[in-house]
Write a protein that binds this ligand. Structure first.
Ligand code: M6R
Length: 369
């Protein structure tokens, strides 16, 4: 049942194009109209929303952080993102016009479930994004959008993360369509690009062999830092979480702009730093700023592992290792940029002799608070 792979996680990484295609299936019409009726939230209700709060844990929280960039840009609705375990303990401001989106692969994370219950008590509408049909969170929510990733056995979330991103994009694009926000043309273009994501992920999977070799060469590293900006920042956080979870290594992500506010002091000779470079499309300024960040850390001895879109020659001179990903719209870049990080972490875990499907101290679904 591992389909010829030694570990489920490796199989699940490879299954990602299919999982993403299945999550899009039946939801994107040929003319670009989205059908999300199953969400059980009426267009009128969606027009009345004045605020969105996304709650989730771990990797699902990272999907939420990325969703914020997309939803605020496309829909112009203020969107907060919070780890579920903090949410209900801070007296959050909720009302009938607040849409709470709970993202949970298992649909059973106790922290997220308790946050959902709290939001409903405060009369907010709750939309669940879940992978497991009929699990507790979607049962208790007002509406649900299922990711169709299929069962994920590895404790580390991989294909469920990419499909959560797709589900979040679908919700954002649908809200934008229903509310008629001003980015009509952009929305149509993004929907078209989103439909092409399965082939883009396939491309990335075809080029990750050097990432495997890199991982093996770094198995003695004590710490790895991750840098990103804009949607690349939560991608960096996801890369760091995967490394902690699977390789039991210290890893930490920073927003690249924060480096000079303290963390650049950590940079020393040979320290591996993974940098997610924003796509050049539409975010030229951020792209150029991160190129300067790469120069700064390299000048201080960092071993730079740069994830950038293909054809981006500006980063090559400062990259000890350059990992190329397809050029896609900025907001969708996490779908392709995450894949090399998954491969990196799983290979490092293998190099260290760890069980990648069952990392120590962890459970697939965390049903205690
Ligand atoms: O089932 P959930 O999405 O609610 O789980 C949330 C986290 O426990 C989960 O994403 C965890 O961080 C993963 N093991 C990360 O790979």
């Amino acid at each position: 049942e591992k389909g010829g792979y030694d570990y489920f996680m490796l199989k699940e990484i490879v299954e990602q194009p299919r999982a993403v295609a299945d999550t899009l299936l039946g939801r994107v019409g040929v003319d670009g109209t989205l059908t999300l009726d199953e969400m059980r939230l009426a267009p009128q209700e969606l027009r009345e929303i004045s605020k969105i709060i996304i709650i989730a844990c771990g990797t699902s929280y990272h999907a939420g952080l990325i969703a914020k960039y997309a939803i605020e840009h496309w829909c112009r609705i203020p969107c907060e993102v919070e780890v579920a375990s903090e949410f209900r303990y801070r007296d959050p401001i909720l009302d009938r016009q607040t849409l709470v989106i709970a993202i949970s692969q298992s649909g059973e994370s106790m922290d997220t479930l308790m946050a959902v219950r709290y939001a409903r008590e405060q009369h907010s509408r709750v939309l669940a994004i879940c992978n497991v049909n009929g699990s507790t969170i979607p049962r208790e929510a007002d509406g649900v959008l299922y990711t169709h990733a299929g069962p994920e056995v590895g404790v580390a979330a991989t294909k469920t993360f990419l499909t959560q991103l797709v589900a979040c994009y679908l919700v954002g694009l649908y809200l934008a369509q229903v509310r008629g926000t001003k980015f009509g043309d952009e929305i149509n273009a993004v929907i078209e690009q989103l439909s092409r994501m399965p082939e883009q992920i396939e491309k990335v999977l075809g080029t990750v062999q050097p990432v495997r070799e890199l991982a093996h060469s770094l198995s003695d590293a004590r710490t790895v830092l991750f840098l990103g900006r804009h949607v690349g920042y939560p991608v960096a956080m996801e890369g760091a979480l995967k490394l902690k979870e699977l390789a039991y290594m210290h890893a930490e992500a920073f927003a690249a702009g924060e480096l000079k506010h303290g963390s650049i002091a950590l940079i020393e000779d040979g320290l591996p730093v993974v940098v997610v470079v924003p796509s050049r499309e539409g975010r030229g300024v951020l792209h150029d700023k991160i190129v300067s960040n790469i120069q700064e850390i390299r000048a201080r001895g960092a071993y730079t592992i740069v994830i950038a879109e293909e054809g981006d020659e500006s980063v090559r001179p400062y990259s000890d290792v350059l990992i190329e990903i397809p050029a896609v719209p900025t907001l969708l870049q996490p779908i392709v940029a995450t894949v090399p990080m998954q491969v990196f972490a799983s290979e490092l875990a293998l190099a260290k002799g760890n069980d990648v499907d069952q990392p120590r101290n962890l459970a697939k679904s965390v049903t205690v608070e």
